[in-house]
Design a protein around this ligand. Structure first.
Ligand SMILES: CC(C)(COP(=O)(O)OP(=O)(O)OC[C@H]1O[C@@H](n2cnc3c(N)ncnc32)[C@H](O)[C@@H]1OP(=O)(O)O)[C@@H](O)C(=O)NCCC(=O)NCCS
Length: 252
């Protein structure tokens, strides 16, 4: 199966016209253009309430998106560094169906700035993507969503009723926001008496100890109810794969 390059499909004329009527500019963004690419990446992060991405993260985002058709909606006359007020991107990927594969128009990065919501911009983004897919002869579109409730109006429905995700904590790492180091000292937040502490940290009522309900990797409190025997707390298990009794590698 030959997959078409979504970047070869021009911005949808109907959404271009509708958003122009609303005083907005809907156009393809060139990810190779540093100024435009950075603004697009930062607008995407803003849309999902992420922290403003640093240079390295922006470079990764731009690299990942350079093969996609990236569309931004702009206030006319905005300076080149201005964030788009809305973003979406798409690419064509194979979808396995009974009997083989079909090309699927994959959609991602749907964001509208809080200042511009509820004016029909997302509707124009989504409908624009669907018209583009149809004009390119791509028979189906798909997306993964964080706002699951809004997509049925565009014809989307859950593809699977349930997803079960199993994470091997020895092979995964936390990449989100970390607590300030000061929070993890046992003096900053003394554990309640009913909760244990790890063997490498001073316990509230004596030298270090490890027991049912304790984190064996750090001083973090672990509910005995959810932790029937001594083992690393979830955070230690993810960030320090080798954590074991007395082997806490976290900086306190
Ligand atoms: C979700 C989001 C894209 C909607 O953008 P928007 O431009 O305000 O949406 P629109 O004005 O085009 O509304 C489209 C439809 O969705 C509905 N809608 C919009 N936001 C909604 C919400 N939060 N909850 C329920 N319905 C919502 C509108 O009522 C409208 O319905 P209608 O056209 O049938 O009358 C925007 O709020 C956003 O960027 N959120 C943060 C990022 C995010 O969650 N993106 C989606 C990733 S899956």
């Amino acid at each position: 199966m030959t997959l078409i390059d979504a970047r070869s499909v021009a911005a949808d004329p109907q959404s271009t016209a509708r958003l122009a009527d609303a005083g907005l500019e809907y156009r393809v963004v060139d990810m190779a253009d540093a100024t435009a690419g950075v603004a697009f990446a930062r607008a995407d992060a803003r849309g999902f309430l992420d922290a403003d991405p640093g240079e390295e993260q922006i470079a990764r985002m731009r690299e990942a998106w350079q093969d996609r058709r990236n569309i931004g909606v702009f206030e006319p006359g905005a300076v080149p560094e201005a964030f788009p007020v809305a973003t979406v991107n798409s690419w064509v990927a194979p979808l396995t169906v009974p009997g083989g594969e079909v090309p699927m128009w994959a959609i991602s990065s749907v964001t509208v700035a809080a200042t511009h919501r509820r004016r029909g911009i997302a509707r124009n983004l989504l409908e624009g993507e669907l018209r583009s897919a149809a004009s390119a002869g791509v028979p189906i579109a798909g997306l993964t969503v964080s706002e699951a409730t809004i997509y049925s109006r565009y014809g989307f429905a859950p593809a699977i009723p349930v997803a079960r995700v199993v994470i091997d904590p020895r092979r995964a790492g936390w990449i989100g926001v970390r607590r300030p180091a000061a929070w993890s000292t046992s003096t900053a937040r003394p554990p309640p008496q009913s909760w244990g502490t790890c063997s490498s940290a001073p316990a509230p009522d004596g030298p270090g100890r490890s027991r049912a309900g304790s984190c064996v990797g750090c001083a973090k409190r672990v509910s005995p109810r959810t932790t029937p025997r001594a083992r690393p707390c979830a955070e230690c298990a993810i960030s320090t794969p080798t954590a074991g009794p007395g082997a806490c590698s976290r900086t306190r």
